[in-house]
Design a protein around this ligand. Sequence first.
Ligand code: AP5
Ligand code: MG
Length: 206
Amino acid sequence: MLRLIFFGPPGAGKGTQAERVAKDRRIAHISTGDMLRAELRGATPLGLAAKAYMDRGELVPDDVIIGMVKERIAKPDCQNGYLFDGFPRTVAQADALLAITPIDRVINIDVPFERLVARISGRRMCDSCGAAYHVSTYDKGDCRCGGQLYHRDDDRPETVENRLRVYEQSTAPLVAYFADKGLLATVNGDARINEVEAEIAGILPA
Ligand code: AP5
Ligand code: MG
């Protein structure tokens, strides 16, 4: 059983790295952002309620997110463990999570703020598997899985600025929170994708 959190600001590479590690370690990749976008595509009440927050770059209320995660980790594909990507984002979410499951390690992906905007503005996401690409290295219209690539609505410059502000205000305090609990390991996210992956692999429990 392996229970991980991939932590970092918008554009740090949480999703990129989480996808690789989850596949390699055969654990569930739980991205609250991907889950919300799937709800939105399905036009569910939860998705429609979340849209207004996401479009502004604000956090979706804690009770909605915590309820969604509790339901998710009860599913059979979580028996081997799970990797959270983009959750928790507030102290209330972290407290709620640690009350329902122990966590083995929090990987903090550290990238200088000035790099994040360029990464996010050039990102294209797959509408089927959620994989992230960057236009500087891949500009075909299709994902390797066959899905279509799209530009996320909340990747507009004005929304990105607010997402970074919200990260600083509400989420960054969790760095100290997890360090205090002895769970935090920080990796240099300002390196090639494979190099970041190797640094993470060296830190994770066997
Ligand atoms: P969410 O989907 O979680 O977005 P985010 O945290 O803003 O993070 P991103 O997905 O933008 O970045 P990432 O770190 O995954 O980077 P990626 O790997 O794609 O959340 C969206 C919204 O949903 C929130 O604003 C909020 O409204 C809501 N929400 C979600 N969870 C919530 C929660 N827990 N509580 C409340 N609200 C919640 O990489 C980015 C780009 O960089 C890509 O183009 C990629 O190809 C490229 N890249 C990756 N690694 C590298 C590298 N090493 N070198 C160069 N380029 C790289
Ligand atoms: Mg992501």
